[in-house]
Ligand binder design. Structure first.
Ligand code: NAD
Length: 443
């Protein structure tokens, strides 16, 4: 293996996580080769186009390609030849109704890479996996690689947030590497030396702890969101205001204000599938009761979607049949075009299935939404989407929606009724403009 400061890195899987990682590592000065099995994606990346929306990534990709430090391929033999350190960033979606993680892409990545490893190499998994996966992958790698145990595997979970991917990769809040191999530790430390020098905590754990850090962090975050949404449920019937409640809680620094925003709840390609996979794994390990609370966390989250639909139905007199409904937002959260398990699209689809004409607008996620939900109508602007609406639902809190002008919107809708599914608007302001305003957790 070459010296750490001259280390060449491959990134296997160039989706949200991998493409961001690859461009950031090239920005940090490493020579990087990104690999994906999706040829169209690799073509796009080669030509400097990011296949998804991530603020700042376009610029970084262009810069890194130009510098010559970043290249892309679909060939496993090429990455094996090129790199000393391989980062596995492939997807681990939900497998089926059981909720368990689908590990076929992680298995395939290891199995496709290993036979090409003719010299000592370090392979580090970054995907989110059920505890126990890394140990299995380490044995599989050593069994399949021509260099045998000189191909070593560690696991270093990734904590980046979509929408802040570049920032979070360049300045992570911690780096965790699960390994008992000094060589793996040395390679991962070299990768993040700059950040470690700047004070970013660097934790070395065993494989299982590293895997668990990621899933338990996501379980905690999901629990915090569902906690405040449970308080919203109680507030609605008790006559309280969950926004004031959340604010008052947030000043307690043992609690803090982050992830304490009541509303439609979480979605996306991580939290929902990660808590389900965690429960499924606990079941396999025989410790199902330890995580049974996550079932309730998931249920509270799903109930917020149903409650949002109920609020809209009440506002239009009890039935969606033949009504015109506007949904603002398609992405699972603002600053992203990711629509995986998007609460906004879930609500929009359910309302459409109940007989309404639903028109959706989102600043960046329309193309993806159109491809996946062709039964919905789409508009290219907020005002166009709201034309003739019997009710408007704000379901993704993009700044554009937060800053919407109630008078402008009033001029195009049929009825001034709005459901604020994200508690993103000022009710007093909207009511003053004549709107009937409803939100989750408030009167
Ligand atoms: P993604 O679906 O956007 O990307 C996965 C990529 O892997 C795809 O481009 C796919 O073509 C590619 N792939 C599949 N099989 C492959 C193989 N055998 N070889 C090479 N490439 C292959 O998924 P993502 O959102 O980037 O997530 C990847 C992993 O990172 C998941 O485990 C996820 O839970 C985790 N994670 C994601 C985020 C996030 O914000 N998206 C944050 C932290 C961790």
């Amino acid at each position: 293996m070459v010296e750490a400061d001259r280390m060449r890195v491959s990134v296997i899987g160039t989706g949200y996580l991998g493409a961001t990682t690859a461009a950031c590592l090239a920005e940090m000065g490493f020579e990087v080769l990104g690999l994906d099995v999706d040829e169209a994606k690799i073509e796009m990346l080669r030509s400097g186009r990011v296949p998804f929306f991530e603020p700042g990534l376009d610029e970084l990709l262009g810069k890194s390609l130009k510098s010559g430090r970043l290249n892309f391929t679909t060939s496993f033999s090429e990455v094996a030849e090129f790199a000393d350190l391989h980062l596995i960033c492939v997807g681990t979606p939900q497998r089926d109704e059981s909720g368990a993680a689908d590990l076929r892409y992680v298995n395939a990545a290891v199995e496709q890479l290993a036979p090409h490893l003719n010299r000592p190499a370090v392979v580090v998994g970054r995907s989110t996996v059920p505890v126990g996966t890394a140990a299995t992958m380490a044995s599989r790698l050593a069994a399949l690689a021509p260099v045998g145990e000189e191909a070593e595997l560690g696991w270093s979970p990734e904590f980046l947030r979509e929408g802040f991917g570049v920032e979070d990769t360049l300045r992570p809040n911690r780096i965790v590497i699960g390994t008992d191999s000094p060589r793996v530790e040395k390679a991962v430390r070299a990768l993040w030396q700059q950040q470690v020098d700047e004070g970013v905590p660097f934790l070395v754990t065993d494989l299982q702890t590293a895997e668990l850090v990621k899933v338990s962090a996501n379980a905690f975050l999901a629990t915090k969101i569902s906690f405040i949404n449970a308080m919203a449920e109680v507030s609605e019937v008790a006559g309280a205001d969950v926004i004031q409640l959340a604010e008052a809680l947030s000043y307690d620094d043992r609690i803090g204000g982050k992830f304490l925003g009541p509303g439609l709840g979480f979605g996306g390609g991580c939290l929902p599938k990660d808590i389900r996979a965690f429960m499924a794994r606990a079941d396999e390990l025989g410790v199902e009761p330890a995580l049974s609370f996550l079932r309730e966390v998931d249920a509270i989250n799903q109930r917020r979607r149903a409650r949002t639909i109920d609020l809209a139905r009440q506002l239009i007199g009890g039935s969606f049949a033949g009504r015109t409904v506007t949904v603002l937002g398609a992405a699972f959260k603002p600053n992203s075009d990711d629509i995986r398990d998007s609460p906004a699209l879930d609500v929009a689809s359910t309302i459409a299935s109940l007989g309404a004409q639903v028109t959706v607008y989102d600043p960046v996620a329309l193309e993806r939404a159109r491809a996946e939900h062709p039964q919905l109508n789409y508009a290219d602007s907020m005002l166009e989407a709201a034309r003739g609406a019997d009710v408007v639902l704000l379901l993704t809190e993009w700044t554009e929606f937060r800053e919407a002008n109630p008078d402008e919107l009033a001029a195009v809708v049929a009825q001034k009724r709005i459901v604020d599914g994200r508690n993103a608007l000022d009710p007093t302001f909207w009511r003053a403009s004549g709107w009937t305003y409803r939100a989750l957790g408030r009167q």
